[in-house]
Design a binder for this molecule. Sequence first.
Ligand SMILES: CC(=O)N[C@H](C=O)[C@@H](O)[C@H](O)[C@H](O)COP(=O)(O)O
Length: 228
Amino acid sequence: MILRPDDLQGLRSRLIVSCQAYPGEPMRDPRTIAQLAASSVTGGAAAVRVQGLADIQHTRGAVEVPVIGLWKDGHDGVFITPTLRHALAVANAGAHIVAIDGTRRARPDGLDLAATVAGIHAGSHALVMADCGSYEDAVAAVDAGADLIGTTLAGYTGEREKTTGPDLELLEQIAAADLGRPLIAEGRIHTPVQARMALDAGAFAVVVGTAITHPATITGWFSTALTS
Ligand SMILES: CC(=O)N[C@H](C=O)[C@@H](O)[C@H](O)[C@H](O)COP(=O)(O)O
């Protein structure tokens, strides 16, 4: 299945579930992630977001919905699918949408965002989601040709305060500018009410990760509530 920009309409007002396990964690196994993704689809996810080539491959075989793929390399600076090489590998692994760092920061391969997006479009059938950290990032990412804009990196690049829940102010600001690309709310959406608030702030669709698919963190929330 090739996903075209018009097909994104199927994601309008829907939930996308990010299924990720971090290095060294017990659930870091592509079969586990694929099962998590399939369970999310059973619960109503219209798409899933998955990190790492093996996880993307396994998940493609386990779900019928669009797969947003990324490759995290490192954990600070530009680390979400940082180069064109990473992005094409993610597309080749089967991602319908490749999520890349969509900030204005220098990229490790020296390509700018526009050249990276153009390289992905030329070298694959994948659409490109730009993971942004600010309004200025979002505007630049649209100019660079990104197909979707995400607020994934808001609070993680130093441009925006790390809000406790979703950065609703940023969502409202980007939505008001009407940039002509689906705006995906992502980052620190921990409750159904917050997911709804993100849509009401102008998001096209909502990504939830930790609060659905990261039991170690969720357990910590409950555990802390009992002991503090
Ligand atoms: C900043 C960064 O590295 N974000 C990553 C991007 O893929 C993931 O670690 C997050 O889990 C994902 O964005 C979903 O967000 P949340 O888990 O808060 O619902």
